[in-house]
Ligand binder design. Sequence first.
Ligand SMILES: [Mg+2]
Length: 310
Amino acid sequence: MRERDLLAHIYQRSANDRHASVAVGPGDDCAVLRIGGAQVLVTTDQLVEGRHYHSEDEPELVARKAMARAISDIAAMAGRPTAAVVAATLPPGLTNGAALVDRLRESAQHFDTPLVGGDVASSTTDAPVVITATILGSPHPQRGPVLRSTARVGDAVWVTGELGGAWSSAPNDRHSKQHTFVPRVAEAWSLADELGAELRSMIDLSDGLGVDAARIATASGVRIELDAAALPVSPRLAGEWRRALSDGEDYELAFTADAGDDVRVALDRVAERLGVAITRVGRVTAGEGCVVHTPDGETLGADDLGWEHG
Ligand SMILES: [Mg+2]
């Protein structure tokens, strides 16, 4: 079974699970809960040895990535992280457990997200290490949580930073983006500040812009059209725009916003103040799925261009 089919199964099954404490259930970057009159964001993310990191990677890099990926989902809703709990399944004998737990704590502190609990267990076999980070957060008080499902026909599509080339096939590559990215919490918060309701929908780019933009399109019941020539391709990829769509692990923000000039001016302000590129890469139209217009004038389906975890 493909990951997207299992997720579709989960979303379909949970669609009718109404509960007073749930504002947003499965299918977005975070769930949104109502707790004591406040809205609370919650997300969880697994890092699997051999799949999301190299077995040889230092605990420091593994811990940082586990925390940063999960916090990126809070950024995707324009929230701020409040606290983390982490569960780790370790080899028999809890090999390297103390080092990993120490690095997780340091990494959480680095991202200003206190680590307040968790669980450790040992596997009975030669199973891979699995680290599961769960983050609680609070949404922007005026804008509220920014969902995937609220893009509108006529919106423009934007991305932060550069795309592609984040994953390194070399172990312990401390300079690869997967080990250096900072979740776009400050940027997302500023977007919510500056754009308010004109910030319509958002997602963080974990699997590649093609797949992730299609997730906004599906959740919102719209079509997203990307322009290959407009993509902010990482300089290390020498203009390979397909990889900018499909490599994944960018942890940039993709968002849709009103296409008006006031939004463009506001985005220039955010870009300048935070020192981040914000690039218009496409538009929201009527229809479904995600397509990319190539420099040769072709139109390709982009939904399948991203990394899909099997
Ligand atoms: Mg996400």
